[in-house]
Each structure stands twice: as C-alpha cells, then as structure tokens.
Design a protein around this ligand. Structure first.
Ligand SMILES: [Zn+2]
Length: 143
C-alpha cells in the first residue's frame, strides 16, 4: 500500500489557515505591484504613430467575422484597413453609436480618437448582443 504524503506539515497547514496580519498583506500587495509593473514593461503596447500614446495591447487583437484585418471603403470612397481589438483604452470614443453605413452588420459605430493627440484612429463598434470592439486604422498605429 503506498505511503500517504502531505505537502505541508500539520503545523504549516494550520498556519496557512490563520488570517494574515496587515504587515503580511502589505508585503503581498507590494509583491503583486512589482509583478504588475514587470508585466507591463515586458508587454509592449500598440501606440499612436503620431504622438506615442499607448492605444491598446497586442493580446487584445481579436477577430470579427473570422478576421482580424478588414479593408473597407467609406461612403466617400476612401479605403481604410483596420485591425480589430477587443479593447482600446487609449482611445476617446465620441458620441452615440449609429448603424448608418456600418461595416459590421448588427453593430453601430462611433468615432474613436487618440486620447493623447485627438487624431482620428478608427471606430468603436457596439452590438446589441455582442461584445464591443475597436476597429483601428493600422497605418496610424505602431508597435
Ligand atoms: Zn495620438
């Protein structure tokens, strides 16, 4: 019959059940903050090409209707190549979404500006039942 083994001695597992004191909590919070800062440094953002403001992150690239990159013409015949991102916290989204001339059926859109320099970077698309996403003009971004 195999020997039972325990990861902790009875004393250390008993200690693990004790509530932490303030000093221990502060130490854990400091450690988490250090890890967050390291992770933020390691993950390079996707920036506004004109001002360097962080717009989104590579891990937030998403696919909509099966693709990340889409090329569309606007009603004036200007072509835009956009990448889809599940979030773009560096954008300032303007106004109330409209479904007029929408490129994604089921989604309304509103203008997304760079929150740093206010340049027009793309659009935020919002659906009734789907998660919102950003379609950002790839030429205006830099990694
Ligand atoms: Zn900018």
């Amino acid at each position: 019959m195999p020997m039972m083994s325990y990861p902790f001695s009875p004393r250390s597992s008993w200690e693990a059940l004790q509530p932490l004191d303030d000093k221990q909590i502060r130490a854990i919070q400091k450690k988490l903050e250090r890890q967050r800062k390291t992770a933020a440094k390691e993950e390079r953002g996707i920036l506004c090409r004109s001002c360097g403001h962080i717009i989104t992150m590579p891990r937030l690239r998403t696919t909509v209707q099966g693709r990340h990159v889409h090329t569309f013409l606007n009603p004036s015949g200007i072509e835009f190549t956009i990448g889809c991102f599940s979030d773009a916290a560096g954008c300032r989204n303007i106004g109330i979404p409209t479904t007029q001339h929408t490129w994604f059926p089921g989604y309304g859109w509103r203008i997304a500006l760079c929150a740093g320099c206010q340049i027009h970077l793309g659009w935020q698309f919002m659906g009734e039942d789907q998660a919102p996403f950003h379609g950002l003009i790839l030429d205006l971004l830099v990694e």
